[in-house]
Design a binder for this molecule. Structure first.
Ligand SMILES: Cc1cc2nc3c(=O)[nH]c(=O)nc-3n(C[C@H](O)[C@H](O)[C@H](O)COP(=O)(O)OP(=O)(O)OC[C@H]3O[C@@H](n4cnc5c(N)ncnc54)[C@H](O)[C@@H]3O)c2cc1C
Length: 264
């Protein structure tokens, strides 16, 4: 759980070694973050849910006996369903996450249509000055051609250029946003100047099948049957969601892994 970000003041402005919730002393109202928040808000998701949904096929009303059954006894069935891509029994589950991440992450996230979303509004509230800057582990340089490229570490100089350009842009954009609000311009008009690195917040609810599809596409794993190459920042969100999923539905999660991380 990472609710309640406390901003830490820096003694010197400029590039940062590790930038999780920091401000600079020139513009103390602005917060720079390099991390993503993912909280599991509620869930109705357990391995047993897959079993009764699948067993109605052959057992009819007797499948009700499986509602509180020990899922360990049906591990083979869950593996079979995942392997053969009988996906609908995985849909009788629900996981709701609170997520705080930059708008450019949400743009990618919301392409996943098999989910329910509610996001904070830039029309109804004044947006807070919280902006994304990458930490030093974030690979900065892309090499190779589109569709066949990889990311490698940048130099310290490249990192410094990126961080100072971002901080300068964000600071100017937010100052202009505030200038317009102070002049009486509507929030929905003034927000046009804000960049996609601004943090937003949303709730998203997914079932296990949709979540497995999301994880297969938004994480990069060499052992996947179909390795994906997502943007690192959405992968940071996906990795945290995956931890919750693995804890809630360990047998289903194991079946997903054994099936090469292909969504059933
Ligand atoms: C690495 C990467 C790069 C990408 N690059 C781009 C890009 O350059 N430009 C771009 O526009 N998008 C891009 N995308 C987004 C991508 O095309 C998908 O929109 C996104 O990954 C959502 O996947 P999805 O449709 O499987 O998910 P969901 O919308 O959650 O759908 C889940 C599944 O439901 C089924 N489904 C849902 N809706 C329909 C429908 N209307 N018709 C038929 N079946 C449906 C499909 O089986 C689908 O897989 C990229 C995604 C990734 C992972």
């Amino acid at each position: 759980m990472t609710r309640g970000h406390s901003a830490v003041s820096l003694t010197t402005p400029g590039p940062l070694d590790k930038v999780s919730h920091v401000t600079d002393n020139v513009h103390p109202e602005i917060v720079f973050r390099d991390d993503m928040t993912v909280e599991l808000v509620k869930s109705s998701a357990q391995d047993a849910d897959v079993i009764w949904a699948a067993r109605v096929s052959t057992a009819g009303e007797q499948s009700l006996d499986d509602v509180n059954s020990d899922p360990k006894r049906a591990e083979g069935l869950i593996n079979y369903l995942a392997r053969e891509r009988h996906g609908s029994p995985f849909e009788h589950t629900s996981m709701t996450f609170f997520i705080s991440a930059p708008i450019f992450v949400f743009r990618e996230f919301m392409r996943h249509r098999i989910a329910s979303y509610n996001e904070e509004s830039g029309r109804y509230r004044e947006l807070r000055p919280v902006f994304y800057i990458p930490n030093k582990e974030r690979k900065l340089v892309q090499i190779g051609k589109t569709g066949k490229y990889e990311f490698v570490d940048g130099t310290t100089e490249q990192y410094d250029v990126a961080i100072s350009a971002m901080k300068e842009s964000y600071t100017l954009c937010y100052a202009n946003y505030k200038k317009m609000l102070d002049a009486g311009i509507a929030r929905e008009v003034a927000r046009a100047v804000l960049p996609v690195a601004l943090y937003s917040s949303m709730y998203v609810t997914m079932n296990a099948r949709a979540l497995m599809n999301f994880l297969s596409l938004r994480t990069s794993r060499a052992d996947s049957h179909f390795p994906s190459y997502p943007q690192r920042e959405i992968e940071m969100v996906a990795e945290k969601m995956e931890e919750h999923f693995a804890r809630l539905m360990p047998i289903t999660y194991g079946a997903f892994q054994k099936s090469g991380r292909v969504a059933p």
